[in-house]
Design a binder for this molecule. Structure first.
Ligand SMILES: [Zn+2]
Length: 285
């Protein structure tokens, strides 16, 4: 079955993207950042979908997870992990048009610790696995919209090399930890291996970027008590898993929910309101 791009409304969609093997030109976007007056006191306002009820005592900050920003593969199963460069730009333009602020893990920690919602609509945009297309296709768009991206890389298996990581840091991106070789931290029971995957990986990334690493995103989204002793020893202040919630409990710093992003603008808008469902064309495979 062909996957149809469901975009509607006033955002121009480049439907030729699937025929284009590499992304070389910027898609035309009708929503320009300069067209929208700045409003940094907009939390919960002007949402395109009614927001889900927020549990009392939580902090609402959608944490978005991307993997590949590249032309969609024909294989439906791996398609879940791709957002096309054109769709990614549409999503970033949407965030800009709605005056979203993008943050890095340290700011996320500070907001969570303060225990109340930010005054401005806020998201954290994350990318897993250190795929080189993150550098080639997402990074230029993030810079264009003056957004912060948070890149979780496996320190020994990063497809983005050291010089490029340094270039990204210089441009304001955050490079954070996704293990060393992307092993399942729950399945791994050998202390020396856990140390390599959790403690050494952080040191390697910090040495490459010259910046402190604050958070880990668990490969496959899981960890256990044995892994947690190393997570604490390494000095992480946040641990990100996967989930369906955009709300976070202060005090819960190590099982944080991130929401998967699909190649679908309407679904993207819903997720920002806390609505989680499979978008049209995808299934719970
Ligand atoms: Zn991963």
């Amino acid at each position: 079955m062909d996957y149809l791009l469901p975009e509607t409304g006033n955002i121009a969609v480049d439907n030729t993207e699937n025929n284009t093997p590499t992304f070389t030109t910027q898609p035309s976007i009708t929503v320009l950042p300069s067209a929208t007056p700045m409003n940094n006191n907009n939390f919960g306002k002007d949402m395109d979908y009614p927001e889900t009820k927020q549990a009392s005592g939580t902090v609402r900050i959608p944490v978005l997870t991307y993997h590949h920003i590249a032309t969609l593969p024909s294989n439906m199963l791996s398609r879940d992990y791709y957002v096309s460069p054109a769709q990614f730009e549409i999503q970033m333009a949407y965030l800009k048009s709605k005056n979203y602020k993008t943050i890095a893990p340290k700011e996320f920690y500070d907001l969570l610790k303060a225990g109340k919602n930010p005054t401005q609509k806020t998201v954290m945009i994350t990318f897993d696995d250190g795929n080189v297309d993150n550098y080639l296709n997402a990074f230029p768009i993030l810079k264009k919209y003056n957004f912060v991206g948070v890149f979780y890389i496996p320190s020994l298996r990063s497809g983005i090399n050291k010089a490029r990581l340094q270039e990204m840091v210089k441009a304001g991106m955050a490079i954070e930890d996704h293990g060393a070789t992307h092993v399942d931290l729950k399945a791994e029971n050998v202390d020396a291996n856990l140390r390599k995957e959790i403690v050494n990986s952080k040191l390697v990334i910090e040495a490459m970027t010259g910046k402190k690493v604050y958070s880990i995103a668990y490969p496959g989204c899981v960890y256990d008590a044995q892994a947690f002793t190393f997570i604490k020893a390494a000095g992480y202040i946040l641990g990100f898993s996967c989930g369906k919630s955009i709300d976070h409990k202060p005090g819960n710093y190590f099982s944080l929910s991130r929401i998967h992003v699909y190649n679908d603008l309407e679904d993207f808008k819903k997720r920002l309101s806390g609505i989680w469902e499979y978008p049209a064309g995808y299934s719970s495979n």
